[in-house]
Write a protein of this length. Structure first.
Length: 298
C-alpha cells in the first residue's frame, strides 16, 4: 500500500523542513540526508507504521530511506498529585532493654492515715504489792514444852516467846524455831541463823547485821528499821515481810525470795542480787541484775 504526500519546498534541508514544520529531528538514520537539499519529497508509510522518505517522482517502496522524527522535548508538566499512602509496614522486633535509670528523689510524706482499730485487750498485769502489814500482836504465853529462858543453842524451840530482853549476838541458832516470837530491838548481830524459822516474828529495830542467814524464813515478819547490813540472806525467804526503812547495805540476796516484800525507804546500797525473786515476781537476772524499780517501793 502506498500512502504519499507531496510537499514542494525550495532550498530547504531536511533539518530545515523539520524546523519549519515545528518538529525537530532527534535522529536521522542516514547522515547524508540531513545535509541534502531537496526541492520536493514524498513521505511513505509502511504497513508496520514506519516512515520513509523518497523523491517526489519515486513511488513508495523504491529506494526509500527510513528516518525518524521527534519533537523538541516540551516543558515538564506539573507534578501529578501524590499517590495514596502505602500500607504500614510490620512492626520491627523490639530492641534490647536500655539500662535502668537513676532513682528519683523521694516524694513528700503523705498525710497520716486514719487510726487503726483498737487491738484486743492484753493479758492482766502482775498483782500489785501486798498492802502494809498490821502491827504484830502481843506474844502468847509459852506452851508447856517451851522454855523461853533456855540458853540459845542450835535447834532450840523459842516459837511464840517474848525475847525482847535477851541477846543473841554472836550465838549459833542453826535450825532454831522462833516462829511468831517477839524480838523487837534485840541484838542478834554476828550470829549464825542458818535455816532459822522467823515466820511472822516481830523484828522491828532488831540488829541482825553480819549474820549468816542462809535459808532463813522471815515470811510475813514485821521488821521495820531492822538492820540486815552485810547479812548473808542467800536463798532466804522474805516474802510478804515488811521491812520499811530497813538497812540492807551490802546484804547478799542471791536466790532470796522478795515477792510482795515491802521495802519502802530501805537502804539497798551495794546489795548483791543473783536469781533473786523481786517484789513484783520478776527475776533480777532479767532486770539487768537488780530489783530496783520492780515493786516493793524500790
Amino acid at each position: 500500500m502506498r500512502n504519499s504526500v507531496k510537499i514542494g519546498i525550495a532550498g530547504a534541508t531536511v533539518a530545515g523542513l523539520m524546523a519549519t514544520s515545528a518538529v525537530v529531528a532527534s535522529a536521522v538514520t542516514t547522515a547524508t540526508i540531513a545535509s541534502t537539499t531537496i526541492t520536493s519529497f514524498t513521505f511513505c508509510k509502511s504497513a508496520d507504521g514506519s516512515m520513509f522518505y523518497i523523491s517526489a517522482t519515486t513511488p513508495c517502496g523504491k529506494t526509500q530511506t527510513r528516518f525518524t522524527l521527534s519533537g523538541v522535548p516540551g516543558t515538564a508538566g506539573a507534578p501529578g498529585p501524590a499517590g495514596p499512602t502505602g500500607a504500614t509496614g510490620a512492626t520491627g522486633a523490639a530492641g534490647p532493654q536500655g539500662p535502668a535509670g537513676t532513682n528519683g528523689i523521694d516524694g513528700a510524706t503523705g498525710p497520716q492515715g486514719p487510726q487503726g482499730l483498737q487491738g484486743v485487750q492484753g493479758p492482766a498485769g502482775p498483782a500489785g504489792p501486798t498492802g502494809a502489814k498490821g502491827d504484830t500482836g502481843p506474844a502468847g504465853t509459852s506452851g508447856a514444852n517451851h522454855d523461853c529462858a533456855a540458853p540459845a543453842a542450835p535447834g532450840i524451840n523459842l516459837a511464840g516467846c517474848d525475847l525482847r530482853t535477851r541477846s543473841f549476838a554472836a550465838v549459833s541458832l542453826i535450825g532454831a524455831s522462833m516462829m511468831g516470837s517477839n524480838l523487837t530491838g534485840v541484838d542478834a548481830s554476828a550470829g549464825d541463823f542458818y535455816a532459822v524459822d522467823l515466820t511472822g516474828s516481830g523484828l522491828d529495830s532488831a540488829n541482825f547485821s553480819g549474820d549468816r542467814m542462809f535459808n532463813a524464813n522471815l515470811h510475813g515478819a514485821h521488821a521495820d528499821l531492822i538492820n540486815l547490813s552485810n547479812a548473808g540472806l542467800i536463798n532466804a525467804t522474805l516474802a510478804a515481810a515488811e521491812l520499811i526503812g530497813a538497812d540492807l547495805t551490802g546484804a547478799d540476796l542471791r536466790g532470796a525470795d522478795l515477792r510482795n516484800t515491802v521495802l519502802n525507804g530501805a537502804n539497798m546500797t551495794n546489795v548483791l542480787y543473783g536469781h533473786t525473786i523481786c517484789p513484783d515476781g520478776s527475776n533480777s537476772d532479767n532486770n539487768g541484775g537488780t530489783c530496783a524499780g520492780h515493786g516493793g517501793g524500790l
